[in-house]
Design a protein around this ligand. Structure first.
Ligand SMILES: Cc1cc2nc3c(=O)[nH]c(=O)nc-3n(C[C@H](O)[C@H](O)[C@H](O)COP(=O)(O)O)c2cc1C
Length: 367
């Protein structure tokens, strides 16, 4: 049986080159139990911490450490363009009301259309350069083995991380952004094709991966987007990646924290249900298409910058989720959802990925 081991495994001190993608989603998508399950299975679990205050990140890191002694990572979003925004949600709302009345009216109309009571999102913090700095500090202070930057330029983190022996990963969606990651000095580049869930670009993996591998030179590359079984992993290796960064296939794991109804939506979704829209954060996000994304398309409104669009839509999400209206809640996921057809423990999903990759590689060898 083929051994599934690449130099990336030695770099990250893991057994198999399979990484749980860092997924934010208000801390629901990748809770400590899921992160530890993937690390304990021989991969690398990554905590998605993008929206969380520093103190919550510290708690979650400690929770992972109580469940595993294996390496794991923390993922943060470092948006290259962050609109000059006041640090509080209330102040961002005020700016939207004053400067973008059509968007404010769209939100009111959505509540009316779906018969929801207004229920603004309670947490006061919004993504800001101050919050990001605090998140980075909490991660560095905890000496987490791996830091992953989902959006933007991790150059500001690399020197400090290197000093304490932490590995840095940077995600890119284009060959141009791969060059930015090389310049930032990252240890690993994640190439995410448009197939992927959450924030995603426009270039598909067959074109993207080999170009990122070429741009990366000696830096190992992880493939991301649309990978849900061993065929996708073997194809990624064939295109030059040394491993994979898998999101959607692990979102439905028993240890994942998404509400059950959202996991069921993903399990039942077809690939063509997984559409890209900027309505959620102002940047292109792939998620299950629903009546809200359709209403956004019909509105003809331009998306607001980050974090304004997100603050606007998080108020709607809060109203929808607290009313149990999961059919109109944003549910991010990739095109691979069409191939994800059942819910089970993370270790079963992980072991199947390993075994089906070996089977695929063996089959290819016999050709
Ligand atoms: C629900 C969800 C939330 C995500 N949140 C983040 C995030 O906070 N940071 C990040 O770097 N990537 C985020 N992503 C992208 C993933 O890290 C990963 O690149 C993507 O899921 C890979 O594609 P796949 O879902 O087809 O496996 C998110 C993806 C999903 C589906």
């Amino acid at each position: 049986m083929t051994n599934l081991h690449t130099p990336l495994c030695d770099l990250l001190e893991i057994q198999y080159p399979i990484v749980l993608a860092g997924m934010g989603s208000w801390g629901m998508a990748t809770p400590p139990a899921l992160v530890a399950a993937i690390s304990n299975a021989g991969g690398l679990g990554v905590l998605g911490c993008s929206n969380l205050p520093a103190v919550e990140i510290e708690h979650r890191i400690a929770a992972v450490r109580s469940l595993t002694d294996k390496p794991f990572g923390v993922d943060l979003l470092l948006p290259a363009s962050l609109a000059q925004a006041p640090g509080s949600r209330a102040a961002v709302r005020q700016e939207i009301r004053e400067n973008h009345p059509e968007h404010w009216a769209f939100l009111r109309e959505l509540h009316e259309k779906f018969g929801l009571e207004e229920r603004p999102f309670q947490e006061d913090h919004v993504i800001s350069t101050k919050l990001i700095r605090e998140q980075i500090e909490a991660t560095l202070n905890a000496r987490v083995p791996v830091f992953a930057a989902g959006l933007g330029d991790p150059a500001i983190v690399v020197p400090e991380a290197r000093e304490i022996g932490m590995k840095v990963m940077g995600v890119c969606g284009s060959p141009r952004n791969a060059i930015r990651q090389v310049k930032a000095g990252v240890d690993v580049i994640v190439a995410q094709g448009t197939e992927g869930g959450g924030h995603t670009g426009a270039i598909a993996n067959f074109a993207l991966l080999p170009q990122v591998v070429d741009a990366a030179g000696e830096i190992p590359v992880l493939a991301a987007g649309g990978i849900y079984d061993g065929r996708g992993i073997a194809a990624s290796l064939a295109l030059g990646a040394q491993g994979v960064w898998v999101g959607t296939a692990f979102l439905v794991a028993d240890e994942g924290g998404l509400p059950s109804a959202l996991k069921d939506q993903l399990v039942n979704a077809s690939t063509s249900d997984m559409r890209i829209s900027p309505y959620w954060t102002g940047k292109t996000v792939r998620a299950v298409q629903n009546a809200v994304s359709q209403a956004w398309d019909e509105s003809g409104l331009p998306p607001l910058p980050t974090p304004h669009q997100r603050v606007l839509m998080e108020d709607f999400k809060e109203a929808a989720m607290s009313a149990g209206r999961f059919e109109i809640t944003m549910n991010a996921g990739g095109q691979g959802a069409g191939g994800v057809t059942r819910r089970r423990p993370a270790v079963d999903i992980f072991n199947d990925l390993v075994e089906s990759t070996r089977t695929t590689l063996d089959k290819m060898r016999s050709l």
